[in-house]
Ligand binder design. Structure first.
Ligand SMILES: [Zn+2]
Length: 131
């Protein structure tokens, strides 16, 4: 197993169940991932810093949604990936994987704190490309 696999396994199994991993374990993993570099690690560390979503949750989100904006279902480059809270944090949405999805930066900023159904309906009336 490669170094990256070890780190990912540690992130997933390290502190117990997902969502219950201690902040300290998250920080330790964050530092390791920042060191190994690479597109996925860069995306994960950037989104961890931007949103505070735990590293292991971001890792699982990346594995599930791949490089695909969940609004347009188009592949996007790593520098455009953002983690979106489907139900916004201000409306009580949490950092659980079922409340998260990958959107491109443009569509995530456009969605802002709207709920998903409202935003998707508006977008269908006036679709814009990923960016
Ligand atoms: Zn998009």
């Amino acid at each position: 197993m490669g170094k990256r696999d070890d780190i990912v396994n540690e992130a997933v199994s390290g502190g117990g169940r997902v969502g219950e991993i201690s902040e300290k374990a998250g920080e330790k993993t964050f530092r390791k991932m920042a060191k190994i570099g690479g597109d996925v690690a860069k995306w994960i560390t950037r989104e961890f810093e931007r949103t505070g979503i735990p590293i292991e949750i971001l890792r699982r989100l990346e594995a599930r949604d791949d490089h695909v904006c969940q609004l347009t279902h188009r592949r996007i480059s790593t520098d455009l990936w953002e983690a979106d809270h489907i139900v916004p944090v201000d409306s009580g949405g949490g950092n659980n994987l079922s409340n998260l999805q990958v959107l491109c930066r443009h569509h995530n900023r456009q969605k802002s704190d709207k709920n998903w159904e409202e935003f998707e309906r508006e977008w269908r009336q006036n679709p814009t490309d990923c960016g």
